[in-house]
Write a protein that binds this ligand. Structure first.
Ligand SMILES: C[S@@+](CC[C@H](N)C(=O)[O-])C[C@H]1O[C@@H](n2cnc3c(N)ncnc32)[C@H](O)[C@@H]1O
Length: 466
């Protein structure tokens, strides 16, 4: 492990006192803690130990998972720092809500939010970096979330499309990563007080846009994986002073330390923030603040919203880019390819909602008109692709259909599972024909296509092969 910078040590000795600072520095030399969450959207047996639950987080356990196991490829588990599980747990989200995860990749918190929504309402999961947005999409897809819109945009472009729109917004901000010192040498290498200050400025920029998108009385969950007050209590103080946010107590953080009023504007309610220190034994460093917006937010942005709606009505008329529904012939190809699969209840009405954009067929989570000008990686459930006189179901659909019991399944033994992950076609003993779900240890992780002679064509996406 690299040496912790002297300037960091001096700063935290000043802030915490000698003894507590020494505890922190000693904990930073210990190995990091590993944990995983189980996906309640899916059924299936997890082979990992469930002996040590993460306290306060339902369905979460200490232990390491492998990205090669069927538990992972089928989206039954997600590997996550235990302390990083608390932001999504702390934000009040109900099925049916409109939720935004503004800095979402790789998707640890988005997968948990998708689970909380249970297929009702919408999750906009946004990531500014194109390569990380792709990973975010893959993780949500694996998790079987059907009501997420994955976007690749900056916060200002989003706020122009969604004024006063969301019931809850999670800003898990890019930060100086002091809480990641045990996990990432880069976090130590690139640490400097200048970077802490730069991060604080960027956090304010992002939050300024987030605030515009929140409904009056909505919830804003702000989190970082850093210890510096400039990025934590000072930012929360700024949200309180500038916008009138209230800091709510967070349940289920018995093992976290309280926020430090003296590191911010002195308000006692800053104690409601949760600080996870590595020496407390939960996981890595994490700061969590749950805030409630004041009512006036409505007035501030109502005018923006009205203006936008008017413009859209005008534009909408006669627009050539309108999405279509699949033709009767195309609907026939779709039905033929996916006949015989059982659907989750939340998708019972999909045939009446399905849309087509060029050859992509999907069930939108949000009206595509609302997303004009935003780069979208996925809107709701991608059903698949129309090809010449046939239809190819998507990988996302396989991960979604894996949520319910199916008959059209081919289960692979360990060796064939590995070969399938590599992209090989297999010879299997099955009387089925056409598209089938492919599983291992009963966990569905892909589509495949069977010829009548037991030849299983590989449909595991090229980008995911290992
Ligand atoms: C702490 S990470 C998010 C982790 C994620 N919430 C999770 O739980 O998996 C912060 C993310 O913010 C993104 N980011 C960086 N600069 C940003 C900006 N100016 N606006 C929005 N997001 C930004 C980073 O690319 C990074 O993916």
């Amino acid at each position: 492990m690299l040496e912790i910078p002297d300037q960091f040590k001096e700063k935290f000795t000043r802030l915490l006192g000698e003894a507590a600072a020494a505890d922190l520095f000693a904990a930073l030399r210990q190995p990091s803690k590993k944990a995983y969450r189980i996906n309640t959207l899916k059924e299936g047996r997890v082979s990992y130990s469930q002996e040590k639950p993460v306290p306060g987080i339902p369905h979460a356990y200490y232990g390491e998972v492998s990205g090669k196991d069927p538990e992972w490829t089928s989206g039954l588990v997600y590997s996550q720092d235990p302390a990083a599980m608390f932001p999504a747990q702390a934000i009040p989200v109900q099925p049916g809500d409109r939720v935004l995860d503004l800095c979402a990749a790789p998707g640890g918190k988005s997968t948990a939010l998708g689970q909380k929504l249970a297929g009702q309402g919408v999750l906009v999961a946004n990531e500014i970096s194109p390569s990380r947005a792709k990973i975010l999409r893959e993780n949500l897809e694996r998790w079987g979330v059907t009501n997420a819109v994955v976007t690749n945009a900056d916060s200002a472009s989003l706020s122009a499309r969604f004024p006063c729109f969301f019931d809850a917004i999670l800003v898990d901000a890019p930060c100086s990563g002091e809480g990641m010192f045990r996990k990432s040498e880069d976090a130590i290498k690139y640490w400097s007080q200048e970077n802490v200050d730069l991060c604080a400025d960027r956090q304010k920029e992002i939050l300024t846009e987030a605030v515009k998108m929140l409904k009056p009385g909505g919830y804003l969950l702000y989190s970082t994986c850093t210890f510096s007050p400039e990025e934590d209590e000072e930012i929360v103080s700024w949200l309180m002073d500038e916008y009138g946010f209230k800091v709510l107590p967070i349940e289920a953080t018995a093992q976290a330390a309280a926020g430090r009023p003296e590191w911010g504007n002195g308000a006692v309610s800053l104690e409601n923030c949760a600080r996870f220190w590595p020496q407390d034994g939960v996981g890595e460093g994490q700061f969590v603040a749950c805030l409630k917006a004041a009512g006036e937010n409505a007035q501030a942005f109502a005018s923006v919203k009205k203006g936008r709606e008017k413009k859209e009505k005008k534009k909408g008329k006669g627009s050539k880019n309108r999405l279509e529904r699949p033709s009767k012939e195309e609907a026939g190809y779709i039905s033929e390819a996916i006949a015989g699969f059982n659907w989750p209840e939340s998708l019972a009405t999909w045939p009446s909602q399905v849309l087509k954009s060029q050859d992509h067929v999907f069930v939108p989570a949000l009206d595509p008109a609302q997303l004009k000008g935003i780069k979208i990686l996925n809107n709701g459930l991608e059903l698949g692709l129309l090809k010449k006189k046939r239809f190819e179901p998507s990988h996302q659909l396989a991960e979604v259909l894996g949520q319910v019991t199916q008959e059209r399944v081919v289960d692979l033994d360990e060796r064939d599972y590995e070969r399938y992950l590599h992209g090989e076609s297999l010879q299997v003993a099955s009387g089925l024909k056409g598209f089938v779900l492919v599983s291992s240890r009963g966990l569905v992780f892909s589509f495949g296509k069977l010829s009548g002679k037991g030849q299983l064509k590989n449909y595991y996406p090229k980008g995911l092969r290992q």
